[in-house]
Ligand binder design. Structure first.
Ligand SMILES: Cc1ncc(C[n+]2csc(CCO)c2C)c(N)n1
Length: 225
């Protein structure tokens, strides 16, 4: 019963409506190459150096979501977002440690256009005129794409290379999946309380994020000489 009820939420409806784009963003050839063990390590390094800088911008975005949590919301709602924000600190530490292992110099990275475009979009979402409903929906989806992508690399028949297992466990773990479900609940609750115009705005942002995620993976495929 709960499954059926869950499917009537707006987030579930938008996932259905954008099934093709969502599948493209979560079954990308980059992820498939990790899953089947054929990944070129240079592609992986390339993704990692770009993603580190993206995650740094994401810190500001998540802080903006935190500020928008309505004051009359249950305490738990603020705690969920705060948990996401604090998790980013260990995320950044992890990136630095991994970068050391892979001999990546994070401070020398040139941001590529798809990354710049995504960070610019985050800046738009950080603005005060982006309502909470749209912002928390965006946050949920950004996390979901990574969770769904990396979960596939942990399936029983996956041949994920040993050196990448710790990476895929970060985002493909059951704990992280639970976290994305907590965010989904917050997003659906906020969307239910939002006006039609705000719902439409959130829906547009939803599609834009899937497009940007797809382009971000595409970027990982290009290895600079
Ligand atoms: C392009 C891009 N999109 C989404 C994520 C996902 N993500 C960002 S931070 C974080 C951990 C939160 O605790 C996760 C899962 C990413 N890294 N890069």
């Amino acid at each position: 019963m709960s499954g059926q009820l869950e499917n009537r939420t707006l987030t579930a409806e938008w996932l259905r409506q954008n099934h093709e784009l969502y599948t493209a963003a979560t079954n990308h050839s980059f992820i498939k190459s990790i899953r089947d063990g054929t990944i070129d390590v240079n592609n992986f390094k390339h993704w990692m150096e770009q993603d580190y800088h993206f995650v740094r911008e994401l810190v500001r975005f998540v802080a903006s979501v935190l500020q928008k949590v309505p004051r009359n919301a249950p305490e738990h709602d603020l705690d969920v977002i705060l948990g996401g924000l604090t998790a980013l600190e260990s995320e950044i530490t992890w990136f630095r440690k991994e970068a050391n292992f892979w001999q990546i110099f994070l401070e020398r990275v040139t941001l590529l256009q798809p990354n710049k475009d995504y960070c610019e979009f985050l800046k738009e979402l950080e603005r005060e005129d982006t309502p909470y409903a749209a912002a928390v929906t965006a946050f949920w989806l950004i996390e979901l794409v990574y969770c769904a992508s990396f979960m596939s690399c942990l399936e029983e028949d996956a041949k994920t290379p040993y050196e990448l297992v710790s990476t895929v466990k970060r985002w493909g773990s059951p704990e992280f999946h639970q976290y994305t479900l907590s965010l989904k609940k917050l997003a659906d609750k906020a969307l239910e309380n939002a006006s039609d115009a705000e719902q439409k705005q959130a829906q547009k942002i939803f599609v834009r994020i899937l497009e940007l995620e797809l382009k971000f993976w595409d970027m990982a495929g290009f290895v600079l000489g």
